[in-house]
Structure formats: C-alpha cells, structure tokens
Unconditional design. Structure first.
Length: 295
C-alpha cells in the first residue's frame, strides 16, 4: 500500500535535515513541493554532503547497534535511492485543487509520495491541507517525518511563555483587515479580565511546576493567568514587517515584543524590545521573520 509522507525540511541550516527525511527524499518516486528547484537543490546537497553522515548516525542508533553488514548496505542503498531524478510535482496554493487530484491518482496507483515545502514543516502556512483531507477520506496511509519549524524554534528562543501559545500564520496584507484581526485577538484574551492596566502577566521565569507538587496541587490561578496571557505568534515577510509592527503597536500599544529573523542561518537574530524600538532596528528588514508577544 502506498504512503504519503509529510516531510519537514531545514529552515536555513542544511545540517538540520533528519536521517529519516534523507531516506524518504532520496528513495520516493514522487515529490510534491512548492518550488521544484529548491527541492532539487536540497536533494543535491544531501547527495553531496550527508549520505555518509546519515549512514554513520543510523548505525549508532540504538535500534541498529547490532545491525549486520548486509543490513547496513541495504540501508545505504535505500538512502541513495535511484540515480534517476524522482518525479517533481509543483504543489502551490495557486494549483492546490488541481494537483491534489493528480497526487491522489499517483498514490492510488501504488506509488509513495513525499510532500515538502520550501522550508520547514508542510501545512504550517503552506499548502497540503486539502491533500491530507482527501487522503483521509480515501483511506490512504499518511505519516509525518517531523523536523524543523520556524514557529517552535522562535518560541523556544523568545523567552516568552510556551504554554499556551497561539499561532495565527501571516497577518492580512491589507491594513483594514490586519487591524480587524489584531483587534479580535486582543478582545479574545482581554474579555475575561479587568482592564489592560490591571492585568498582571506571569513572570517569564516563574516555576510552572514546583518540586513536590502534582498537576492537581498547583495554584489554579497560575494556570488561569497562563491561559489568559498566551504567547501570540505570526510569520512575517520583510516587505511587510514595518507595516505589521505598526499595526501591532496601534492595537496593543508599545508593548514588549520578540522578532526572530533568519533562524538557524548565518545571520540569525532574536530581537527583544519595545515595538517602537523594533521599528527603528528593522528599518531595512531582510530575511524571514517570526513575531511573538504576549496578548
């Protein structure tokens, strides 16, 4: 039976590709991707730089400690795959409806398909939702090959509470719709409490699970506060960053904010400060951004 593999790819640093992702991308006959050139380049880098590292890492894995030489050679062949380039299908928002039918037809013919985005985890602000829904209805096997995602990477670096967090994708491009969305978010988390000036946000360094206390023994008010003040996450592109930061300041005020840029890349940056200062700091923004703040 065929399988649809949802494969995460590096968000900037090629060394973040997983051994399992290498095995899938180098062996499946069909790859559905946003940009065939980007995914083709990824396979080229894997073939040039990481095959030996992948095999060595697999042999060190607990499940393969006792693997025989024959099994190791079999694994190498699986990772290397065929010398022929797999069939690449350009799968984007613009053609998602049409290409979903094509991919389903391939899967139902018995061929495995890997779904990837240009960077990170598919479906997270990238195409794939419709394909997954159809696969579920058709009882086609789906499995995820987890890996990098800019949202979780930024969240762990931010210093903001990680429980809970709300991810809203990209803000609307038009100013009116963007303002409306931000106002709804603000209302969503302020309607349960007093005025904004009376709210007491939890300290970032607070111990959320004191030693010796079970989940049921913790102060319930602490959990309530964490629920009321989640960390909000957005993706942002450089040409809209200034407008989006301005909209956030107009709705939420000059709040503390975290802006993560070019994560895992050479010029990675995690900026922490007021929105007004961020506007000055990123007056000439370059790269891909994640914006985070507490509601």
């Amino acid at each position: 039976m065929s399988t649809l593999y949802i494969v995460s790819t590096p968000i900037g640093n090629i060394e973040d590709v997983t051994i399992r992702a290498i095995k899938i991308l180098m062996s499946v006959p069909v790859i559905a991707c946003e940009d065939t050139r980007v995914t083709g380049q990824l396979r080229k880098l894997i073939r040039e730089h990481f095959l030996n590292v992948a095999i060595l890492a697999e042999n060190r894995h607990a499940e393969l400690v006792s693997a025989s030489s024959e099994n190791q050679n079999q694994t190498l062949n699986q990772v290397q795959g065929d010398e022929e380039t797999p069939l690449f299908i350009s799968y984007r928002d613009e053609n998602e409806e049409l290409k979903t039918s094509e991919i389903i037809e391939i899967l139902e013919s018995g061929k495995d398909v890997a779904l990837v985005s240009d960077a990170g985890t598919p479906l997270i602000s990238d195409p794939g939702f419709k394909l997954i829904r159809v696969c579920i209805k058709r009882n086609i096997t789906i499995t995820a090959v987890p890996g990098p995602t800019s949202i979780i990477t930024a969240l762990t670096l931010s210093g903001l509470p990680t429980q809970p967090f709300w991810y809203f994708g990209y803000l609307p491009e038009k100013e009116g719709k963007r303002k409306k969305m931000l106002e709804r978010i603000k209302k969503m988390f302020s309607s349960h409490s007093e005025s904004d000036s009376d709210r007491e946000k939890p300290a970032l360094s607070a111990d959320r699970n004191p030693v010796g206390k079970s989940e049921n023994q913790r102060d319930p008010s602490q959990s309530l506060r964490m629920t009321l003040f989640p960390t909000i996450c957005f993706l942002a592109s450089p040409h809209r960053l200034s407008d989006e930061l301005t909209s956030i300041r107009n709705v939420f005020g000059d709040i503390e904010i975290v802006v993560a840029r070019e994560l895992t890349k050479l010029h990675e940056e995690v900026y922490r400060g007021k929105v007004s200062d961020a506007l000055t700091h990123f007056s000439n923004p370059k790269g891909e951004f994640v914006i985070l703040f507490q509601a």
